[in-house]
Each structure stands twice: as structure tokens, then as C-alpha cells.
Design a protein around this ligand. Sequence first.
Ligand SMILES: [Zn+2]
Ligand SMILES: [Zn+2]
Length: 243
Amino acid sequence: MWRSPFLVRFLTLCLRILVPDRCPVCGRGGVAPLEPFCRGCYEELMRIKQKRKRRCLRCGTVLVSEGRQGCLNCLNQRWYLDGLFVYGSYDGILRRAVQVIKFEDGFRVARGISEIVDLSDIPAVDLVVPVPLSKRRLLRRGFNQSLLLAEGISRRLGVTTAVEMLLKVRENPPQSLLEGCRRLNNPRGAYLWVSGETAAERILLVDDVLTTGATLNECARVLKSVGAGEVYGFVLARSDGGV
Ligand SMILES: [Zn+2]
Ligand SMILES: [Zn+2]
């Protein structure tokens, strides 16, 4: 069924005016320790920090054996990303929160979540770059959820957000529809750095959900081709079930 994101957001806004204390993630009311979440959602989102798993620093796969920085799948691939930081698995409350960011209440939930996520392992960077949406998708959604997250994160890190410096210039099939090595090459050529200046020395790319790491890797390749020295990635959630 077709639904207008603008209509959904308008109705959400109306509901919020009528019922101001409603938590956008679970729909329940209650005292919010951190706007806009209720206590239950806030504590559950905070608990993700403690449940952090060891992950491959390139593709984000959960690592089972000790002592490795990367997974076996990444050994033979060309990676441009210097490190990847994943807040949690794309399930449970994080999945619900991402859906709310995309389709219902992006501004408040993205801002709230960017206050919660653990940034302690991220090295010093000079610029935060959101993974862009294509123009068509941006028009349909009305905003880029990765930009909303990137703005909150760059505020906490005390650095600038790159707005419309990296663009998505080609639509590629969703990673979830492809298999194996086709996923890695799928985003090739889809991104372009359009700022007249060279990229900053150390960059943090921000995205909401990661499937294989190929998108971040391609963005990192583009950023390094225009002068970036180190490029790291931060994603809110990684799809660990191969979705
Ligand atoms: Zn809640
Ligand atoms: Zn890997």
C-alpha cells in the first residue's frame, strides 16, 4: 500500500501535540529521562552499550575467535575503510527506532539516539560525512536519516558535518537483493564528492543501517581519491541476520 511519508509525519506531529508525552518508539507515555524516549526505551537503548559484540573492523560481522581484527571474508577484499564502529544489531528496539527515524519521527528520534550511542572507540576526526541518499529517495522521504544522525554525532565530537558534499549520483539495487561478490561491487560509481575542496584528513562516515559494508567502503574509496587520509565508519545498526 502506498503511503505518503509527509502524511505519516504530519499525523505523528498532530498526535504529539495532542499527546505530548508519548514515546515515539513504544507509543507509551511516561517521564522521559532523555527526550523523546520513555524510561523503558531509554534504558533499553543504553543497555545496547553493555551488550556490544566484537566485530570485524571492515564489514562489521560478529567475530567469534579472539585476537582477530577482521573476518575471513574480508581478507581478500580491497578495503578503504580504516575502521568500522557498530552500535548494535538491527533487531529489537534498535530496529524499531530506525523504522521510526525513517518513517515517523526522524528528527526527534535521530537527535535522541545520537546522544545515546557510544562514541568512545572512535578516533579523532576532522569531519563527519553522512552517507547520502539519491535525489529520488531524498525527495520521497523528505530528509536523509543519516544526516540527522551525523549532525548529532558531529555535535558531540565537536566537528563539522559535511552537508551535500558527498552525493549519491546513481541508484543501485538494494544490497539485500544481491548475493556474494555482486554486493561488494554494487555501489561502485554511485557516489561523488562535489565540494570544490579536497576532503578532510580524517573523516567519519555515518549511516543508519549496514548490510555488508560495501556502501561505506565505496564512500571511503571516493573520499580517499579526493585527499582523505583516514576514513572510519559509524553505523547505528548492523543487519546480522544477512537481511
Ligand atoms: Zn518507549
Ligand atoms: Zn569482515
